[in-house]
Design a protein around this ligand. Structure first.
Ligand SMILES: Nc1ncnc2c1ncn2[C@@H]1O[C@H](COP(=O)(O)OP(=O)(O)O)[C@@H](O)[C@H]1O
Ligand SMILES: [Mg+2]
Length: 369
């Protein structure tokens, strides 16, 4: 056992507890690599640490939109704690054997190969079950006893009994909370069994706030102009508001969420010196996957935020006079975000959203004719 000083490891006095004990990880190759560009958000960091060090026989279910950073959060926490991780991404084709293990032929001999669940139980690792809501509830039921801290019996390996290591943890990630998909974005999400969900502790994640996303962009792409980084974040937030409004009103306005992954993808291309305008890059990385009307709306929003494509001289390289991250302006955006939805919306958003609605109405009328 060795002592870990969480405040020191995560470089923050605001970690809600400190000084915990951990056993060194036996499978060093299972410890994720540290991403130095990763930016922690305090609230979710504290909630995950609380689970890891005080699980009380619970497991952790992280729900949130695609690409908001659910899996990376766990990997980056584990990387800093030197805690081994077993990961599996589930699907409707996965079965309990994919988690537990199976018999396989190696060098002419039949041997039993443990799956990620069994390895995590033996070696005291964190098992990450990605996209848990895509797997059949019947196959997930194999986890019920194990999730409560009971041993696992492997019938196919002569009834071998695997006792859980005290540092064994289970974290699931999903786009839904197990009630099926309410947004229309996540085809294939299933209704999970409530008896199964009773065994979990929940965290709801959304996209990182503007300040964190700005830091993400600035650390990942030091070349990116600060003004451009701020505009990209404004663009992302305006688009996300429209997506959310559509979900709240039950009328989908934009057919794909705008994830942090997409934001990073766009920023990466904007930060290199090419002939492409930010409009073209947004189109390539996001808008082209949308239906035509929505794509046009996104391109109009691009014009609102970045200036008209034809008038814009692409300015991507870092301005030497502007070294500091413009956190103040990012924070004020964040304050705007926190206003209630009934508050005055930014001019551009009000105008563009109305136009999208009108566009859709027009197109429906055309189709009717
Ligand atoms: N706080 C963050 N700091 C830096 N990069 C992040 C952060 N959150 C998410 N990312 C990046 O966003 C992308 C999507 O994250 P991921 O964990 O795969 O999302 P999810 O599991 O929610 O679908 C990854 O490339 C990840 O590195
Ligand atoms: Mg994931």
């Amino acid at each position: 056992m060795f002592q870990v000083n969480l405040k020191q490891i995560f470089n923050s006095e605001k970690i809600s507890f400190d000084e915990c004990e951990l056993e060194p990880c036996k499978l060093v190759e299972q410890i994720p690599n540290i991403d130095v560009n990763y930016v922690f958000e305090l609230k979710v960091l504290n909630e995950v640490l609380l689970y890891l060090f005080h699980p009380f026989k619970d497991c952790l279910y992280i729900a949130g939109p695609s690409g908001c950073g659910k899996t990376t959060l766990i990997l980056q926490i584990a990387a800093r704690l030197n805690w081994g991780v077993e990961q599996i991404t589930l699907s409707n084709k996965c079965e309990s054997l994919d988690l537990i293990g199976h018999t396989t032929l190696k060098q002419g001999q039949l041997i039993y190969e443990y799956g990620p669940l069994t390895r995590a139980m033996i070696y005291g690792e964190i098992l990450i079950l990605n996209e848990i809501d895509l797997m059949s509830p019947g196959d997930l039921a194999v986890l019920n006893d194990v999730l409560e801290g009971k041993p696992l019996t492997i019938v196919a390996n002569n009834g071998e009994i695997i006792k859980p290591h005290p540092q064994f943890r289970v974290v699931a990630t999903a786009n839904t909370k197990g009630f099926g998909d309410m947004t229309g974005f996540y085809n294939g999400a299933r209704l999970l069994n409530q008896a199964f969900l009773d065994r979990w502790r929940f965290i709801e994640m959304t996209y990182p706030n503007s300040r964190v996303e700005l830091m993400m962009l600035k650390t990942a792409f030091p070349n990116l102009d600060t003004e451009m980084a701020n505009k990209l974040i404004r663009f992302a937030n305006e688009l996300r508001k429209v997506v959310e409004l559509g979900i709240d009103n039950g009328v989908r306005q934009i057919s794909a969420p705008f994830s942090s992954r997409t934001l990073l993808k766009i920023a990466s291309l904007v930060s290199v010196n090419t002939e492409y305008t930010v409009h073209k890059i947004v189109n390539m990385c996001y808008a082209l996957r949308l239906p035509k009307i929505e794509q046009e709306y996104v391109m109009r929003l691009c014009n609102d935020v970045f200036g008209h494509e034809k008038a814009v001289l692409k300015k991507t390289q870092k301005n030497d006079l502007d070294e500091n991250v413009n956190v103040e302006s990012a924070l004020s955006e964040e304050d705007d975000e926190n206003k209630s939805k009934s508050d005055v919306k930014p001019k551009t958003q009000r105008r563009s959203r109305k136009t999208l609605k009108e566009d859709k109405k027009e197109s429906n009328e055309k189709n009717d004719n």
